[in-house]
Design a protein around this ligand. Structure first.
Ligand code: SAH
Length: 283
């Protein structure tokens, strides 16, 4: 049956090496989608705005006839959709990851208006970076752990008493903002620029990938333990604050190497102080 013949491409093959246009450097990531119809509607929303790269993180039911029914002809988006098990896998090669959320959470992420998100994304794709826009589950949205993998949160302004849009409607709003903000139509060139994102400084190295940052964060967590940073406080709270700080800094690969060198030395000194390593020989 044709619904079960969806081709699966791996993410690396879809990314910048084989892809050239800015729109193709953007992927829409749907996490744990419950209703296959929403996957189809999201594909349709993407295609109407000129986007085609869909990544599904552990969808409950996919492929599914309902997804194709609601895609209304955007079957190509569904057929080239990539399916992975975790959000970390979905965004490993991305240099900008934006999580869309219907409500503000305790997690202190920088909050962006969709228009700011579009501008931030434009600067990144024009620099050749891979960018992910991440959407959560219909009932429960994105979990805090998942939001922590994002550089910033995007909130579509809505009725404060009823702020949760249907998943595909949220994809539509963001995709539309990208289309306008990225001047993908000649007519939108007539609209004054709306971006308010920070301009990225001229840099010699591209920003660190998600995987490089996660390597750094995991070494940071180990080092904080080794130097007894927490002193009885919750490690998760400190890590949340450090993540926010370092994600805001837009580290590049060289920054990450520098910081990891610093951590390695701090850990070595702690190991010496605790007798886990012999003291260095005096000259
Ligand atoms: N009850 C869930 C809502 C999930 S709606 C919650 O409170 O989080 C499914 C997904 O659509 C969300 O995870 C989010 O990615 C997106 N979404 C819905 N409304 C949104 C809004 N106002 N702003 C940004 N994203 C929104």
């Amino acid at each position: 049956m044709r619904f079960w013949t969806a081709r699966q491409f791996n993410i690396a093959a879809m990314s910048s090496a084989s892809v050239s246009s800015p729109a193709e450097r953007l992927r829409i990531v749907l996490v744990g989608t419950q209703h296959p119809g929403n996957i189809g509607s999201a594909a349709r929303a993407m295609k109407t705005m000129g986007f085609s790269r869909l990544v599904l993180v552990a969808p409950m039911q996919f492929p599914h006839p309902e997804a194709y029914a609601l895609a209304a002809g955007a079957n190509d988006v569904l057929e080239t959709a990539v399916r992975v098990d975790t959000l970390a896998e979905a965004v490993a090669d991305c240099r900008l990851v934006l999580g869309c959320t219907a409500r503000s959470r305790r997690i202190a992420l920088e909050a962006l208006h969709p228009r700011q998100a579009a501008e931030r994304g434009r600067v990144a794709v024009e620099a050749g970076d891979e960018v992910a826009l991440v959407f959560g589950r219909e009932r429960t949205g994105l979990e805090n752990d998942e939001l922590q993998l994002c550089h910033a949160a995007v909130h579509i302004p809505a009725n404060p008493d009823y702020s949760s849009l249907n998943l595909a409607a949220a994809v539509q709003v963001l995709a539309y903002e990208l289309r306008v903000g990225w001047s993908m139509d000649e007519s939108t060139l007539l609209i004054a620029p709306v971006g308010v994102a920070r301009a990225r400084e001229v840099r010699s190295e591209p920003p660190a990938t998600h995987a490089q940052l996660e390597g750094f964060f995991s070494q940071l967590a180990d080092t904080l333990d080794a130097i007894d940073f927490h002193k009885g406080r919750t490690p998760a709270t400190a890590m949340r604050k450090f993540r926010r700080l370092f994600l805001r800094a837009e580290l590049d690969a060289r920054d990450v190497r520098l910081l990891r060198g610093l951590l390695a030395d701090a850990k070595r000194m702690a190991d010496i102080a605790e007798g886990r390593l012999p003291p260095p020989r005096m000259p």
